[in-house]
Structures are given as C-alpha cells and as structure tokens.
Design a protein around this ligand. Structure first.
Ligand code: 13P
Ligand code: SF4
Length: 317
C-alpha cells in the first residue's frame, strides 16, 4: 500500500477545494456515521457498514474515498477492483480487526473443521477470505437464521455481538474472544444512572456492547438501525449507547428530540469516541483526493476469495 500524504499547502476553503477535486476526478466520498460532523456534511453517502458496501458498488465514480476505517475501505475494494479506493489515513484500524490476525484465525478454525465460519465484516481481507459468509450488525441475525438448524457455527471476531446472536437465535456458536475497544467500555451502572436522571428516555444500543448494557436497551441495532429507530419512535428523549458520531445525524433528522450520548466508564468527557474513526479529518480527505493516496490494494487471490463470503452476505441482505 502507498504511504501517507505529506501535509503541504492547505487551501483556505477546504470544502470548496474538496468539491472541486471530486468533480475533476469523478470521485465520491462515502462516510461512516462515526465520522466527525464536518466530514459527514461533505459526504455523498453516509451509512453503516452494510450501506457503505452496497452503495460503493452502485456508484459510477472512478474514485471512492472511504471516510471510515481500514476494513471498510477494504470491503469497498473487494467489491470494486476496477475503482481506486482511497482512505484518508491507513492507520485508522479497528480493535476487532486488529485483534484477529489471519494466521491465528486460520489456526482457530482448524479446530472446528465442520463449523460454518460466520465473520463480522470488522476484520481484515485475509480473514474474510478464510470465512464462509460475512455479516454486519444490521444483517447478522438474518445470516445466522439462514443457516440450516443442524449446522454448527463459529462466529468471529466480536464475542459480544456473538453472544447477542446466540440469545436472539437460540443457537449455540463457538465465539472468537474479540471485542470493540469503544463499545466494551460502556458501563451498565452509568446507563442506569442516566435513565434515572432522564426518566422517560429510551435506550438504544449497538450490539457490540457487553450483555449487561444490552439488557438495558429498548432497541438494539446497527448505527443505521438506531437512526431509523429514533425517527420512528414516538419517544422524545434517547440515551444513545454507541460511538458519539451518530448523534450528528440523529439531531439533524429529529431537531425536536433530545439525545444523550452514553458515557463510557470513568471518562469525564461523557461520550465515547472511536480513536480510529476520529483519525480522519477534512485536511486528510483533501490530501488523499489531491494525491490519490493512500490507496487500498489487496492481493488479487485474497480479494477473489474474500469476495465469495461477501457476495453470499449481500445476496441475503
Ligand atoms: P455499523 O455497521 O452498525 O455501522 O457498525 C460499524 C462499527 O464499526 C461499529 O462499531
Ligand atoms: Fe472498530 Fe469499535 Fe471503532 Fe467500530 S467503534 S471501528 S468496532 S474500534
């Protein structure tokens, strides 16, 4: 993969400069809901992992700038080998992907030769290539339920999402012991304190949260699921248990409703930020469009193998 950009001569009006580069190069900016508000506001498409994968493929652009984390850029590249896929910062990883190295995953799955390997998209292209089918937080239950009832299942790399799926589907699964460093820090006690402080508020949570937190939730779903939920709910006040970036779209969609970002354990600042997602900035987006790097590259054999479980997931979504 190409190296990082050097920060030289920023235009005064970054937003206009980015728009001009997009037009000139037939590029689109696709952003995840956890991006900082300024990035969400210039994106051509904002979505969850599934939406980003589906919309990248539909796009007629020559260049996709994926403002999210590395695995999202890799997913876009697996689906769009003919397009240039750029990410603002190659160092924007993900604790789930980073703690499931392909070599260790290959050893792990060897112990369960008869299990179907269902893997959350928050993983590397190499781990995707070793999987039977992928899922995102928005389709995971559907994917599990699509498997024959007598089929043994191995789920990686998020144990909390895995446990949630076991509970919802009633099926046993072997779990890889990974967790999201952001969602794992939510604390049930603090959510209860918020519920007491804001009586009548409704709790929505991402399924990457630990079980005691999910037990307090009125709604559990992907980032896009949560956004739809707060719009459709008659409730006026919400406690949002996920990365705080999603609040930007919630406030835009429902200006008359009140949203409280759930605090993570002892932090004084009061909300949870993904350090990887927040590596991206408008400046880095400008530079990556101008210099057309860092670019995602995946060895073709790995890409082709990873495409198989990804296509299986998309067919069921
Ligand atoms: P979503 O697919 O729900 O947006 O989740 C992505 C993610 O990384 C959550 O931490
Ligand atoms: Fe990964 Fe967690 Fe960040 Fe999502 S919030 S990208 S799962 S580290």
């Amino acid at each position: 993969m190409a190296g990082q950009n050097s920060n030289s001569q920023m235009p005064e009006d970054l937003i206009s400069a980015i728009a001009a580069l997009k037009r000139q190069k037939n590029a689109v900016i696709m952003a995840h809901f956890y991006q900082e508000p300024a990035i969400q506001d210039i994106a051509d498409y904002i979505g969850d992992s599934l939406g980003l994968a589906q919309n990248g493929e539909k796009s007629a652009a020559d260049i996709i700038v994926l403002a999210g984390v590395l695995f999202m850029g890799e997913t876009a590249k697996i689906l769009n080998p003919e397009k240039k896929v750029l990410v603002p910062d190659l160092a924007a990883g993900c604790s789930l992907a980073d703690n499931c190295p392909a070599a260790d995953f290959a050893e792990f799955v060897k112990k369960y030769p008869h299990h179907t390997k269902v893997t959350y998209v928050n993983c590397s292209a190499e781990v995707k290539a070793l999987s039977d089918i992928l899922c995102t937080s928005s389709n995971a239950l559907k994917i599990i339920q699509s498997l024959p009832e007598n089929q043994q299942v191995l789920f990686a790399p998020d144990q909390h999402l895995g446990r949630y799926l076991i509970k919802k589907s009633g099926r046993q699964m072997v779990l890889w012991p990974g967790a999201c460093e952001v969602h794992e820090t939510f604390d049930a006690k603090k959510i209860v304190q918020l519920k007491v402080r804001f009586p009548g508020s409704v709790v929505c949570a991402h399924p990457e949260c630990p079980e005691p937190v999910l037990d307090l939730a009125d709604y559990i779903g992907s980032t896009n699921g949560m956004l739809q939920f707060v719009q459709q709910s008659p409730a006026k006040e919400f406690i949002v248990v996920t990365e705080s970036g999603i609040l930007h779209q919630m406030k835009k969609a429902c200006p008359d409703k009140i949203f409280h970002a759930a605090p993570n354990n002892e932090e004084a600042c009061g909300c949870a930020n993904c350090p990887h997602m927040k590596k991206n900035t408008l400046e880095k987006i400008y530079l990556c469009l101008r210099d057309e790097r860092p670019e995602i590259t995946i060895p073709e054999a790995v890409r082709r193998q990873a495409l198989v479980p990804l296509r299986r997931m998309l067919a069921l979504s």
